[in-house]
Design a protein around this ligand. Structure first.
Ligand code: HAM
Length: 422
């Protein structure tokens, strides 16, 4: 036998038994995007490295360590240096916003996307090299209400997915007015403890001291004593943050203020947040994360446009939902069988009529004995079998309840209703 080939490390195959749960996550994302009046966009899976370097920051882990470089089959070294698989969607969406002059549209713009992201990170449980995000972004809205609206939306998704005990951890990391003072405070603080920093952090300290705070190997005690951005906010940022908190209080949402939520990407300003299952705050356990990025559009060559959004990890949400006991199966399965091996086209016709009535239907095209077909249907998880025979000339079929072992003849048009009530 030929040697088997396995999936790349850090990737997951979605197996048939997981398909329904995955589809349910996607369905919730689509439904909420629609109900919250977001419009769908899609951007390429790969972009110029420069987009991520400028948007996410040269010294972010996503750019410095986790970039998946790509090139064509004949790609030159130069091309290889140029493109990368997207590690996240926000930079691409804002690039598209700028490129298509979307600022002239009636705004604020509310955009959503669902798709795979790629980070060349060390794989672990819950941390993959390819993972999917549901992402929402609002462009052109500076006010605090939309911050609260988005936090509520992430909460809503998790609750609808069956994860009832998700908590939002919030912070504000200031803007161009107060950030310089905060950076200085961090440089001074960590500068006094350089011997306790990792090589990475020592290098990043002068360029971007905020990145020291999301160093996974940062000494906990040192992190705990570090200056907090919320103590360095300017009046406008403080007022914005307080307004967001008041709105969340008004909505009765569960949140905690957590000064350690600085996020790993440079584009953030003001409100930042992450969602975790209460009491489970590991590195790879965030279910969603996001925040404001009021300077990103300008950084990417567009007009100054405030922005805010979040990404929710579909893989992690699916795992957390399963752990919370949310069960998802596909719709009730109906098998279409017949004792007559020549009755093939009627099986298909009956199957189509039942599908048109909204049922999930699987016709058996074999010439096995009827008993064997019914047995096979049960093994496949069918709850009902529709037996096609001579009665079809009168428009009737036999409906068999496979778990009770009872059956009766009825008009084909009444099968869906009979199944619905049985
Ligand atoms: P992020 O926090 O890097 O933010 O990712 C958002 C979510 O994607 C995480 O909370 C997590 O659920 C999931 N995720 C991230 N990395 C992995 C991984 N390696 N394996 C599995 N799941 C993962 C962003 O990407 C920002 N673009 C969010 C945003 C939108 N900010 C503003 N707008």
């Amino acid at each position: 036998m030929a040697r088997q080939i396995s999936a790349p490390r850090g990737t997951r195959d979605l197996l048939p038994e997981e398909g329904a749960a995955w589809s349910r996550m996607e369905a919730i994302a689509r439904d909420l995007s629609d109900r919250y009046a977001f419009d769908r966009v899609d951007t390429p899976l790969f972009e110029r490295v420069e987009l991520f370097a400028r948007g996410l920051g040269e010294s972010s882990d996503a750019v410095e360590k986790e970039m998946f470089r790509v090139s064509g089959a004949s790609g030159s070294e130069e091309e290889r240096a140029e493109w990368a698989l997207r590690p996240e969607p926000t930079a691409g969406i804002v690039r598209a916003f700028v490129e298509h002059g979307m600022h002239v549209r009636p705004g604020p713009l509310r955009l959503w996307m669902l798709g795979p992201m790629f980070r060349y990170d060390r794989p672990q449980a819950g941390r993959y090299r390819q993972f999917a995000q549901w992402d929402v972004e609002v462009l052109g809205d500076p006010g605090p209400m939309v911050d609260a609206e988005l936090i509520e939306l992430a909460h809503r998704f998790l609750a609808e997915a069956g994860i009832q005990d998700a908590v939002a951890y919030l912070n504000s990391i200031g803007d161009e007015t107060c950030r310089p003072g905060y950076r200085q405070a961090l440089i001074e603080y960590f500068g006094q403890h350089e011997d306790r920093l990792t090589d990475d952090s020592r290098r990043r300290l002068q360029v971007n001291p905020l990145r020291v705070l999301d160093d996974r190997l940062l000494d906990r005690e040192l992190a705990g004593g570090a200056p907090r951005s919320i103590d360095h906010l300017c009046d406008a940022c403080r007022e914005h943050f307080n307004a967001v908190l008041r709105l969340l209080d008004g909505l009765g949402l569960r949140y905690e203020i957590d000064p350690s939520i600085v996020r790993g990407l440079d584009y953030y300003t003001r409100t930042t947040f992450e969602f975790f299952v209460a009491g489970r705050r590991g590195q790879q356990q965030a279910l969603a994360g996001g925040g404001r990025y009021d300077g990103l559009a300008e950084l990417l060559g567009g007009r100054a446009t405030p922005g805010i959004g979040f990404g929710l990890g579909i893989d992690r949400a699916m795992i957390a939902a399963a752990e919370a006991g949310a069960t998802t199966g596909p719709g009730t399965l109906v098998a279409v069988v017949s004792a007559d091996p020549d009755v093939l086209e009627p099986r298909l016709r009956v199957a189509n009529e039942l599908r048109a009535a909204g049922l999930r239907v699987r016709p058996d095209g074999s010439s096995r004995k009827l008993g064997r077909q019914l047995e096979a249907a049960s093994k496949l998880g069918a709850r009902w079998a529709v037996i096609v025979g001579e009665e079809l000339d009168q428009g009737n079929v036999v409906l068999r309840d496979l778990s009770a072992g009872e059956q009766r003849e009825l008009p084909l048009g009444e099968v869906a209703a009979a199944i619905g009530s049985g």
